[in-house]
Design a protein around this ligand. Structure first.
Ligand SMILES: C[S@@+](CC[C@H](N)C(=O)[O-])C[C@H]1O[C@@H](n2cnc3c(N)ncnc32)[C@H](O)[C@@H]1O
Length: 279
C-alpha cells in the first residue's frame, strides 16, 4: 500500500488579503486591487506551502517579523510579473539607433560621459537589447565613457540578467546579424560576448525607495512596471525619473503606460510612449 501526503490549501481570509495589499504598497509601491485577490492567492500560497505553514496569517506574521527579511523579498517577487523579451516594443530600439545614437556617439567621441538606465530590467532582455543596439550603431563604444545601468527589485532576475547567458529557445527577437555579432556558445547556452558584457552594470533597486547613485542619464527605459503602481506612486516616480534625465534626453515607457504629469516633469510626448526632456 502506498501513502500519499496532500498538503491542504492554506487558509486565506479577507484580512490576509488586506495585509498583503498594505505590504505590497509599503514595500514596493505595488497596488493590488480587489480583483487580484484570487491571483494573489495562487502566487503567494506557493510560498506559504514552501515555508510549511498552514495559513496566510502565519506566513505574514513570519514575513513581517524580525526573521522575515529574506522571505519579504520573495513575497514581493511573487507579487510581480517578469515577462520581458529581446527588442520588446521595437520602436524604442529603432528610435535609440536612428535618433539618439548619432549625436550620442559624437558627444562620447568628444569626451562626454554617456549613461542609459534600464529601470526595471527583469531577466535582462531589455538591457542586453540596449547593449546590442548601441554597440551595433557604434562598435567602438566600449572605448568611451559609456555604461548601461540595469536595475530591478527582484534579486533573482538581476542575477539571471547578469549571467548574460540564455538558452537557444530564449533568444527569440534577436536578429541573426546580432546573434552572430554578439552571442557565443557557452556552458548553459549562449552568452553575450566579452565586449558587450563590459557595457551593463546590474544592481538590485526598488524604484520606490532611495536611489544610491547620483548623476543623470541620456535615456531611461522604464517600461511595463508602473502598471503595478497606483496613480500617486506612478506620478512621483515619473517626476524622480525626469529629474535624472539630461536636457534633450529621452524616457521610454511601456505600451499601455503614459506620463500623466509630463508637463510638470518638463517632459514632452514626442511620439507614442516616447518623452523628451525639455532643453
Ligand atoms: C513586466 S517586467 C518588465 C521588464 C522590462 N522593463 C520590459 O518591459 O520588458 C516588470 C519588472 O518590474 C520589476 N518591479 C516591480 N516593482 C518594482 C519596483 N518597485 N522597483 C523596481 N522594479 C520593480 C519586477 O521585478 C519585474 O522584473
Amino acid at each position: 500500500m502506498t501513502t500519499s501526503i496532500t498538503l491542504s490549501a492554506p487558509d486565506y481570509t479577507d484580512s490576509d488579503f488586506q495585509r498583503l495589499q498594505s505590504i505590497a504598497r509599503a514595500q514596493a509601491g505595488i497596488c493590488l486591487p480587489a480583483t487580484k485577490k484570487a491571483l494573489v492567492y495562487s502566487r503567494v500560497s506557493r510560498r506559504v506551502r514552501e515555508m510549511q505553514l498552514g495559513s496566510f496569517k502565519e506566513y505574514l506574521d513570519f514575513t513581517t517579523g524580525s526573521a522575515g527579511t529574506v522571505e519579504m523579498e520573495k513575497l514581493i517577487c511573487a507579487l510581480t510579473t517578469n515577462v520581458t523579451g529581446f527588442y520588446r516594443e521595437k520602436h524604442h530600439f529603432d528610435h535609440l539607433k536612428s535618433v539618439v545614437m548619432p549625436d550620442f556617439a559624437a558627444a562620447l567621441r568628444k569626451g562626454k560621459r554617456g549613461r542609459i538606465w534600464s529601470a526595471a530590467c527583469s531577466t535582462g532582455q531589455e538591457p542586453w537589447s540596449i547593449a546590442m543596439s548601441v554597440a551595433g550603431s557604434f562598435p567602438e563604444i566600449g572605448n568611451f565613457d559609456f555604461r548601461i545601468l540595469a536595475t530591478d527589485i527582484n534579486s533573482d532576475v538581476v542575477a539571471r540578467a547578469a549571467s548574460a547567458t540564455y538558452a537557444p529557445d530564449e533568444l527569440e527577437g534577436i536578429p541573426e546579424k546580432d546573434r552572430s555579432l554578439f552571442l557565443k556558445e557557452s556552458e548553459g547556452g549562449l552568452r553575450f560576448s566579452e565586449g558587450l558584457r563590459r557595457l551593463p552594470s546590474f544592481r538590485v533597486l526598488n524604484l520606490n525607495a532611495a536611489w544610491p547613485f547620483h548623476g543623470t542619464f541620456s535615456v531611461i527605459f522604464c517600461r511595463n512596471v508602473v502598471i503595478y503602481f497606483d496613480d500617486e506612486t506612478r506620478e512621483a516616480l515619473w517626476k524622480r525619473l525626469a529629474e535624472r534625465i539630461e536636457p534633450g534626453g529621452f524616457l521610454y515607457v511601456g505600451h499601455s503606460e503614459r506620463v500623466a504629469n509630463a508637463k510638470q516633469c518638463g517632459l514632452v510626448n514626442i511620439a507614442p510612449t516616447i518623452y523628451q526632456k525639455e532643453d
